[in-house]
Design a protein around this ligand. Structure first.
Ligand code: GTP
Ligand code: MG
Length: 287
């Protein structure tokens, strides 16, 4: 196939690079080690698997990646879904590589882990003299929610316009697409006491997440609950934000021809002040 730049040089024109293609969009999974990020990505790409028994049980080193096609309103879009490591010793690898130009984040929180944490704290902590046991419980749930969210989203950078080549709209906090998945909700199904704590914790978590204008869902990669549907819903949101931006900022055609600057033919043009002494004996009209 002809090289467009070489053809352009011959024709005396240059090609102006069009902005990066609209697709694929980029989604990054973040969260603590063991929260279930790789399991959620695996579930997305293996919707028919009965459980996680075929999913690799190894901690991610650096970044994994899957290309996920999704048809939305008759148009096929592609999403590059990045699965990052939750281990802090690898975050220096993760940051520069996959945390730029991100259109959506999915923070995975292991709700079973935090339920156990609250349950253990309730056994050992006593209310202070000036507080009721209810106040102590409320504070414990609130502080656990804050800690869980801080740790899960510690790798999510604040979006700036500079991080987006084209869709600068994703830097607007109003367009920030963030999904928080409260994963492993299946673990305490048979334990009423832990289930009650988990329900209270996830209710509190959901409230804080909604206050940030993010999306929240209880989920189970193991049981195939909410992971795929919730990921689809943020993909659809990303597309609708991008389409709105495209309507306001139409892209130039892929190839625009721009005439090259021409040196006038001085031999026949008396209006041009040209230094003949300094001029080369032969010169090109096109430069
Ligand atoms: N019961 C249950 N276990 C789950 C679920 N999701 C993941 N797990 C288990 O949790 C463990 C950790 O899951 P991973 O997906 O490797 O966690 P990760 O967040 O990718 O961890 P890092 O790669 O170390 O950051 C695995 O043994 C999974 O089988 C779930 O929904 N329910
Ligand atoms: Mg992993």
């Amino acid at each position: 196939m002809a090289d467009p730049d070489a053809t352009a040089a011959l024709l005396g024109t240059e090609f102006v690079a069009a902005p990066k293609a609209a697709q694929p969009f980029k989604i990054v999974l973040v969260g603590q080690s063991g929260a279930g990020k790789s399991s959620c990505l695996w579930r997305l790409t293996h919707p028919d698997a009965p459980d996680l028994s075929d999913c690799a049980k190894v901690s991610t080193i650096g970044v994994d990646f899957a290309v996920y096609p999704l048809r939305i309103q008759g148009v096929e879009y592609k999403f590059n879904v990045f699965d990052t490591t939750g281990q802090s010793r690898f975050t220096s690898i993760v940051r520069p590589y996959c945390l730029t130009e991100v259109h959506g984040f999915v923070g995975v929180i292991d709700v079973a882990y935090w339920t156990r944490h609250i349950s253990d704290s309730l056994k050992t902590q006593n209310a202070a003299e000036d507080e009721t046991p209810e106040d102590m419980h409320r504070k414990l749930f609130q502080s656990t929610v804050v800690l869980a969210l801080t740790l899960a989203f510690s790798n999510m950078p604040r979006a700036t316009e500079a991080s987006f080549a084209h869709y600068k709209c994703f830097a607007d906090p109003a367009n920030q697409v963030v999904l928080c998945l409260g994963n492993k909700m299946d673990l305490y199904e048979r334990d009423e006491k832990l289930q009650a704590i988990q329900d209270k914790f996830t209710d509190a978590l959901e409230q804080v997440v909604h206050a940030k204008n993010w999306r929240y869902a209880n989920a189970s990669a193991e049981r195939n609950i909410n992971v795929i549907s919730e990921m689809h819903s943020i993909m659809s949101r990303i597309v609708s934000i991008a389409n709105a931006w495209d309507r306001e900022h139409p892209r130039p055609e892929r190839i625009e021809r721009k005439p090259k600057k021409m040196v006038p033919d001085v031999e026949n043009d008396d209006d041009i002040d040209y230094d003949r002494e300094a001029a080369p004996t032969s010169y090109c009209k096109c430069m």
